[in-house]
Design a protein around this ligand. Structure first.
Ligand code: SF4
Ligand code: SF4
Length: 188
């Protein structure tokens, strides 16, 4: 069941999302194919098709604070399954951007912190550097020793490199980040 609060604190969300990801949300006819293929839908309170419906109904901040947008793994299955060609994964991405821009509270957990740690290492080293990302994430959580029991085995098996990756085109990646920062799109 979909409940939309009457008092909206973030008007124009549908329009802002459409502008950010260049999709026409009005063509969604609620077939739910995106939801039935979603890898994380069983873990979240709402599903991708509900997100689309809430956007149609001009939902506000409650949508920016929903758990799905931060649990979404950006796998793209929803986009591939949509018969109307809507890039649903891009909609999730746009909602994350808007949630951060508007200071919406995030669900329990450290997904936004993990995202920031990931992007920081890619921006710094030109590609992901797992050990640096884990270190930044751990510092952010303040729980340095949590979930570290598999760490020695992963190091031993070469699943985690001690040194940052070499050979990455840092200049190009740096330009991409700069371009993304300069073209963040509408925030309202
Ligand atoms: S698959 Fe496409 S048309 Fe169907 S509910 Fe999802 S977004 Fe709407
Ligand atoms: S991109 Fe996100 S919303 Fe879409 S199917 Fe994957 S996990 Fe679900």
């Amino acid at each position: 069941m979909i409940t939309i609060k009457k008092k909206k604190t973030a008007p124009g969300l549908k329009h802002a999302v459409e502008q950010l990801c260049h999709v026409d949300l009005s063509v969604c006819f609620q077939c739910k194919k995106c939801s039935s293929g979603c890898a994380v839908a069983k873990l979240t309170k709402i599903r991708p098709s509900e997100v689309m419906r809430r956007l149609h109904l001009d939902a506000g901040r409650e949508l920016l604070e929903s758990d799905l947008i931060w649990t979404c793994a950006s796998c793209g299955t929803c986009s591939a399954r949509c018969p109307m060609g809507i890039d649903v994964a891009a909609v999730m991405d746009a909602l994350r951007q808007l949630a951060m821009a508007r200071g919406a509270s995030t669900p329990a957990g450290n997904v936004p912190l993990f995202n920031r740690a990931f992007l920081k290492t890619v921006a710094t080293f030109g590609r992901t550097y797992e050990l640096g990302m884990v270190a930044a994430y751990k510092l952010g959580t303040g729980k340095l020793m949590a979930d570290t029991e598999k760490f020695p085995t992963m190091l031993k098996k070469g699943k985690l490199a001690l040194l940052p990756p070499r050979g990455a085109d840092r200049k190009t990646v740096g330009r991409i980040f700069k371009h993304a920062q300069q073209h963040q799109g509408p925030q309202a």
